[in-house]
Design a protein around this ligand. Sequence first.
Ligand code: ADP
Ligand code: MG
Length: 336
Amino acid sequence: YKLNMEDLERGEELGRGNYGTVTKVLHTPTGVTMALKEIRLELDTAKLNAIIMELDILHKTASSQHIVDFYGAFFVETCVYYCMEYMDGGSLDRLVNVSFGETVPALNPGSDDEKEIVWQGVPEDVLARIAGSMVKGLRFLKDELDVIHRDVKPSNVLINYRGQIKLCDFGVSGQLEKSIAKTNIGCQTYMAPERISGEHQNTIGTYTVSSDVWSLGLSVIEIAIGQYPYPPEAYSNILAQLKTIIQDDAPTLPSDRYSSEACQWVASCLVKASNGRATYAQLLQHQFIQRDEAKARAEGGDAVDMVGWVTAALKFKEAKAAHAQALATTAIPQRP
Ligand code: ADP
Ligand code: MG
């Protein structure tokens, strides 16, 4: 099916990144709900055409359960658009940016005996499923498409109500990467130390698979603790942050909430020397993931309740938003 703007009915905005917006859309000829990503670029038609052609390899992602499906790309004026699978649980950065133990009043306190909701964090079995899915997605990109992700971070890890975890926004198009790389200065970086201090830091070719492994480790910690793992002092200033990443010890998973296997797994991603980091094969063979594989094969009681977890997490998020809204609209009596 050739996609074009006329066939897309716009819904709510799902989010905004550095280069554009993501919108929920309905593809009217098929009735399929999709996520439409818009990337604003100042490029000529030849370059835009090159990007659309490069994006075409995304059609091959359909065979992986851990990569969002791709429906097609096109451009209008100087914006590139592409349609991907809509993930109804959104991205993990938004879902889990909650401190462990945080409490909000229930959504409908009168309707049942529940008065408040306490955030229970990400249990180890759920974290293992997320981490394992991410590695499988990354390995698929490398082995099947010969693609390095280059932008592994919690906002590019999506979840749906079925409890599936899928990656999006990987670097399939060299032309697209080149066009947007210049503006990519976030206030939280997932860049590996060698990307910061390397002599070839401005060239795309030096990015290796193990640079993605670093970003994976950092993302898994962020998902576990609900915040970017480096201390706020480090990311108030981008240069200070880059220095911290190079000089300080890498962050770790909290050992009071996660097993030594989980902590060890993350630590094997966050080795500062890139050649010392674990490979995808090693990460998948590790106990932390193997235990999850065994649970995935198990029936009933032993299975990881991903659906239950995502449902509870979305309920918490909704209650928190409703509470914030209520606070904002409550008239505060003004003292004369
Ligand atoms: P970033 O990844 O830096 O946050 P993006 O422009 O890639 O910026 O995405 C903006 C937001 O849109 C994401 O953070 C995510 O919450 C949401 N989003 C992106 N793709 C999808 C999708 N396929 N389904 C649902 N939500 C999505
Ligand atoms: Mg993204």
